[in-house]
Design a protein around this ligand. Sequence first.
Ligand SMILES: [Zn+2]
Length: 127
Amino acid sequence: MTDIRTAGYDEWLDSIDTGEGYYLACPNGHGSLPPRAVCPHCGSAELEEETLPDAGSVEAHTIVHVPTPRFDGEAPYVTAVADFGDVRLTGVVRGLAPADVEDGLAVVPTVVDREDGEGRLLVLEAR
Ligand SMILES: [Zn+2]
């Protein structure tokens, strides 16, 4: 899991943490998250930072009953993919009981410190 702990991703988490979230947009309207050198959809190297919408909506979700060791003690929890316009974010849903999470739920991205002290976690907070 060291591949996501790059400076680019950490800086991106900082941007979410301070309420100044962004994503990378290419001239063809594709969105992606850092670290990226080129657009993962079309290969364009002309990536610009665009402001991330304040809220997104859950597009797909899964209730996890048997967690990976890193999430031991947190199950059951919900992981979701949320639609933020040109870009999608994947995170753990908080603020609602797992059974109450539905596709279409409005969520706000936040960053929390992991309970095991092993870095930070993107959370999709139900609103
Ligand atoms: Zn593109």
